[in-house]
Design a protein around this ligand. Sequence first.
Ligand code: PGA
Length: 252
Amino acid sequence: MKILVSQDYQSLSQKACGFIEEEVNRNPASVLGLATGSTPLQTYHEMAEGHKTRAVDYHNISTINLDEYVGLGESDPQSYHFFMKEHLFDKVNINQARTYIPNGLADDLEEECSRYEQLIDQIGPPDLQILGIGQNGHIGFNEPRTSFKSETHIIKLAESTRKANARFFKSLEDVPKSAITMGIQSILKSKKILLLASGENKAEAIRSLLEDPPSDDVPASALCFHKNVTLLVDKEAYKKVEYLRGDELNHD
Ligand code: PGA
């Protein structure tokens, strides 16, 4: 795993945007794997800026998102469909017919999982997958002890995840109890992976990812088995590792 440590969230987001723009400029028909949550927000903002000021062209790309809450439709402001439109899809010249997110309102959720996994194989796998990491080490919504061999599935959200995400809802009770998520095996199909982590509240997950042997207690540790992963981390999220390794880092 290649590790790039940034001074702060802003600099990390600019670097993440740089990776994405390089990919899209090199291959205008790229397939991007996208994530939601607070971490990629500034990256998406930088992409929108890049589209406006550097004429980065997203017209021919396709996107595949990691996950969606069960029970939330695309007009629900807390759904990941809504998030992606608001923060990226409506801000760049992407063809929204080629943006894919699991359907959290499907009548048959198991069938939706199989359909989505097939879609990943047909449209993708992503050339570049963007990932955040949960405080408990989850990637997508693959909570601790999800099998590394999992494909798209329904997951019961960990209470810690529901609490962490409650900030987006009126109350904790409003946070859905389950989600559809790409599995860990699905994520590992991606050709390149960019894992983003910012802030002190991710420092323990990053320590565990980099210092402990891979284990399903920390789903992100499955990334150790992938050949092309770059971890973009800021100083705060890296600080436990920096302390343990005694690195003298030159942050940019
Ligand atoms: P966050 O979430 O970016 O909102 O911290 C990341 C995640 O839970 O995967």
